[in-house]
Design a protein around this ligand. Structure first.
Ligand SMILES: Cc1ncc(COP(=O)(O)O)c(C=O)c1O
Length: 441
């Protein structure tokens, strides 16, 4: 859709404290109850569990209610594609951008975005290896080639210093991902890209409504995408959206998967002639998903704010424990949390391994697990020259990505206030920390 009129320090003793624009650091210290915890027997050793509140429902997502049910029933009684256009209009209004287009998912929005760039085959795009396949693999279809960039092990985001080392004469674009709703350093990335003449793109699949320096993620780059898949912050079960700052990219990207749209392009558009035939794909969003996404968009800002408060109420206390950190967020960023609550262990500082910690926490009733995300550059597809204009360079090692995978711990992301459960989680961690010397195998 086109807009009308357009043609690490934790306080002092820690290296960092993850903050958000919305929540001030100032959590209660765990000290007083730590002494009590030392006198209690670990559940692992036969003591009572710290976590007794049933909490299968505390991380429920998506949160659909009567309004969604009624809207779906109303849609079934009067089906049509209207919700797609309405979602596009609302998205455009929220983001204040010249062009948007809805897609059947984030993967198809990425595919169309790569086509929209109109880059010559062999053009390289810098992208984290630590991402979902969809951020990278569709490049292949247009002769584009990924250059795998490392992430910072604690922000989980695009490491600009590493990218600088990987620039080649073929590099044309950078594509940071705002991982788990944590805005990447787009100010610095955009400055560098401008200096080098690179196009800036963004994958905002996890980061709807988040901001850096007050500017919405998805509006820093020339083009960006988001996903409405059901775990995402605006869940439509499936669906995606592209944002485009320039007409050429919008018209070309949209022509790929929306055969019916080019007839609405201005007379002078080079893509208008592809009306009716389209360009070979049909990537329209299911309008029932748009019905859901529209309702969820209305709640996005409030929910994100509440989610940040809920997560901080736990993490600001847990990260007082030596060797436990959370995802580092810039103070000038307004993030959201989504899907999982990620913590990191520094095993040397904690005095125990991640495996030992998780085993002890699980025994206490904490739903914790190690988080290891498959790194794209290690997958077979990238090693086989036949699929690429020129074979991607496979880095020997991406230390930040490896460190992230060796240290990340998932806790549930509580999607509603659960103060009693938060207390019990804190207690469980304190117990384990109080006994960590005896746990050291
Ligand atoms: C970072 C990232 N980019 C893109 C996508 C693709 O979105 P979709 O699942 O809607 O195709 C996902 C989905 O999980 C994702 O995590």
């Amino acid at each position: 859709m086109q807009r009308k009129g357009d043609s690490t320090a934790k306080t002092s003793r820690r290296r960092f404290l993850g903050t958000t624009g919305a929540v001030a650091a100032g959590a209660a210290l765990v000290r007083p109850s730590a002494a009590r915890a030392a006198g209690e027997t670990l559940a692992l050793h036969g003591g009572p569990k710290a976590v007794t509140v049933p909490h299968a429902d505390a991380a429920r997502w998506p949160l659909y209610g009567k309004e969604e049910e009624d809207a779906i029933v109303a849609f079934l009684r009067n089906p049509g594609y209207g919700p797609n256009e309405e979602l596009e209009r609302e998205w455009q209004e929220y983001y204040q951008v010249p062009y948007v287009k809805s897609y059947c998912n984030g993967t198809s929005a990425l595919t169309a975005m790569f086509f929209g760039l109109n880059l010559p085959p062999g053009s390289e795009i810098m992208v984290p290896s630590y991402t979902f396949f969809a951020t990278i693999v569709p490049m292949r279809l247009f002769g584009l080639v990924p250059v795998f960039v490392d992430i910072h092990p604690r922000t989980m985001n695009f490491d600009l210093n590493d990218a600088k080392k990987r620039l080649t004469k073929n590099t044309r674009a950078v594509l940071p991902v705002h991982w788990f709703g944590n805005p990447a350093d787009m100010d610095e990335i955009c400055d560098w890209a401008k200096e080098k003449g690179l196009i800036v793109l963004e994958d905002c699949a996890h980061a709807q409504g988040t901001r850096l320096k007050g500017k919405l993620m998805g509006t820093w780059g020339e083009a960006s995408i988001t996903s409405f898949q059901q775990t995402k912050p605006v869940p439509g079960i499936e669906g995606g959206m592209g944002i485009y700052q320039n007409r050429e990219c919008y018209e070309r990207a949209t022509a790929l998967g929306h055969y019916e749209v080019p007839k609405s392009y201005p007379e002078d558009s080079p893509y208008r002639r592809y009306a009716v035939s389209g360009m070979g794909l049909k990537l329209r969003m299911h309008p029932m998903c748009a019905v859901l996404a529209r309702l969820q968009l209305k709640r996005l800002d409030q929910r994100s704010k509440e989610g940040v408060a809920q997560t901080r109420s736990l993490n600001d206390r847990l990260t007082q424990l030596p060797g436990l950190y959370d995802q580092k967020t810039r103070p000038d960023a307004q993030r959201l949390y989504y899907d999982q609550n990620t913590l990191f262990i520094d095993e040397a500082e904690a005095g125990m391994s991640r495996e030992t910690l998780i085993k002890a926490l699980n025994a206490e009733g904490v739903m914790a697990r190690p988080f290891v995300y498959p790194l794209q550059h290690k997958l077979a597809l990238y090693a086989e020259a036949q699929w690429w204009h020129h074979k991607p360079v496979i880095p020997d090692v991406l230390p930040g990505s490896e460190q992230c995978n060796a240290t990340a711990i998932f806790l549930p992301y509580f999607t509603k206030p659960v103060p009693e459960l938060v207390e019990q989680y804190v207690k469980a961690f304190e117990k384990v920390w109080a006994h960590r010397k005896s746990l050291k195998a």
